[in-house]
Design a protein around this ligand. Structure first.
Ligand code: PLP
Ligand code: FES
Length: 394
């Protein structure tokens, strides 16, 4: 059976060039980068070269790059550390309702410490309005965090405008660029951000490594304590292999971006049209324009997401869903609900995220397979029966 991996927004396989660079570190460069002897020095050198590569990829200075243990950790240091460090200046923070939980839960923790948080709403396509953002600003606003691209529905946010306003008003601006690096241009100067988070495993690098970009002169507070590594913001012996792996991954991702994103956009649109045209009662979640090139999110109405995912898996293709049971919480996706979807529509949602291995044949296969899956599941669905009889659906 054909095997099709369409969950690249969840994670990606490690590419060969990255693996080779990491193997070299594991085998040959095992010294501690803090050691000044002949074993430590090469490790330090590789790490600093990696820092330069990462800086170059996002138009930053190497001194502004902090290696962290994940994208989540980078988000937390920016948000929790940034807010705490500026508490004397003000108590108000702004974010959106559609952030990844790495961001949302950091704000929830800050609320418990007494910070006031405004959660900006989104429109039906998952986008915030710049006007809402400007109206939410207060004299005591100290930090704003708005994601670059949404991980569930692929919506790209207008962060350049937000960054410019924050810079003008001397408010710290963080953006979670975990889903956008290597997909669309990420330039910290154009964005006008003070912090930016990215992650290795979404760009064919290793898991368990992230980057926090921190603009020169910006202050934050550490969340962990120990040694002096990574400017005391991420103490602990550095994971040199992961750092080197991430740097190779980001360098290649940026170099290949224009071509690969153009290729993926065509496949993305083919998949969207194929599903919407072939299966009745389906809808696209997220925008047509201003959408990440690797993201497809559709709702196949009156079907339970869990059953849908299992059926897809049995046919050899891997996806993800916004249903409650797969997200481990009782409510369906907070992103889809914030966009105004009903529970039933959110339950039938399917995210198919494309990547380097995705071919046109894969897309044809998925379009072909989804229709009989939808037919079979609907034949068993009491909600579908109600819909067909024109009865009210609760
Ligand atoms: C938008 C976004 N932010 C943050 C993260 C967390 O990154 P990591 O898995 O490296 O902690 C993810 C990954 O799921 C993501 O998609
Ligand atoms: S599909 Fe599992 S909760 Fe709806």
């Amino acid at each position: 059976m054909r095997k099709v991996y369409l969950d690249h927004a969840a994670t990606t396989p490690v590419r060969q060039e990255v693996l080779d660079a990491m193997m070299h570190v594991f085998k040959e460069v095992y010294g501690n980068p803090s050691s000044i002897h002949q074993f430590g020095r090469p490790a330090r050198k590789l790490m600093e070269e990696a820092r330069e590569k990462v800086a170059k990829a996002i138009n930053a200075d190497p001194k502004e790059i902090v290696f962290t243990g994940s994208g989540t950790e980078a988000d937390n240091i920016a948000i929790v550390g940034g807010a705490r460090a500026n508490k004397k200046k003000g108590n108000h923070l702004i974010t959106t309702v559609v952030e990844h939980h790495a961001v949302l839960d950091a704000f929830k923790a800050l609320e418990k410490e007494g910070f006031e948080v405004t959660y900006l709403p989104v429109d039906a396509e998952g986008r915030i309005s710049v006007e809402d953002f400007k109206n939410a600003l207060r004299d005591d606003t100290v930090l704003v965090s708005i994601m670059h691209g949404n991980n569930e529905v692929g919506t790209i946010m207008p962060i350049e405008e937000i960054g410019a306003t924050c810079r003008e008003r001397k408010i710290l601006f963080h953006t979670d660029a975990v889903q956008t690096v290597g997909k669309i241009p990420v330039d910290v100067k154009a964005i006008n951000c003070d912090f930016l988070a990215l992650s290795g495993h979404k760009i064919y690098g290793p898991k368990g490594i992230g980057v926090l970009y921190m603009r020169r002169g910006v202050r934050t507070q550490p969340l962990y304590f120990g040694g002096g590594q990574e400017r005391k913001l991420r103490p602990g012996t550095e994971n040199v292999a992961n750092i080197v792996g991430l740097s190779v991954a980001i360098e290649l991702a940026v170099a290949e971006m224009a071509e690969e994103s153009a290729r993926l956009s065509v496949l993305r649109d083919k998949l969207i049209d194929g599903i919407l045209n072939n299966i009745e009662e389906t809808r696209l979640n997220g925008p047509r324009e201003g959408r990440l090139p690797h993201n497809v999110n559709v709702s196949i109405e009156y079907i339970e997401g869990e059953a849908l995912l299992l059926s897809c898996d049995m046919k050899g293709f891997a996806a993800s869903s916004g249903s409650a049971c797969t997200s481990g919480s009782l409510d369906p996706s907070h992103v889809l609900m914030a966009m105004g979807l009903t529970h039933t529509t959110a339950h039938g949602s399917l995210r198919l995220s494309l990547g380097k291995s995705t071919s046109e044949e894969d897309i044809d296969y998925v379009i072909e397979q989804l229709k009989p899956i939808a037919d079979r599941l609907r034949a068993m669905s009491p909600v579908w029966e109600k819909f067909q009889k024109g009865l009210p659906i609760t």
